[in-house]
Write a protein of this length. Sequence first.
Length: 136
Amino acid sequence: MSDTDDVYICDSATVEEGGKGIRFPVRAYGDDATGFVVRFHGKIYAYLNRCAHVPVELDWFKGEFFETGKLYLMCSTHGAIYAPESGVCAGGPCRGGRLRPIAVRETDDRVYWQPDQHIRPPAPGRAGAATDSQTG
């Protein structure tokens, strides 16, 4: 994928270490959905906002993905926890599962995601269909 295919999410400063994640609209496997980006140990990670246990959004409140210790991403529905740097299930009912990663890059103080064959930008005119805009 070329740089021109990258989709802007937010400015880098918006994604604070262990803070609120930034939600962004995507079209995942043909359905409207959201992705999210978080910062953990100084690095940016992005995932489809869908629990591996039950396909529901993870965040407690819009953008709240980390559990109170800020070490894991946690599903608000059943308490499944995931390693932020890999998306691998670290405990709870998601055993053997993992979050679906979304390729992301940070350059020139901006964060971009990279569409692939399964996760694409939303259809024109539907940009707000799956999200209430960014948090932060």
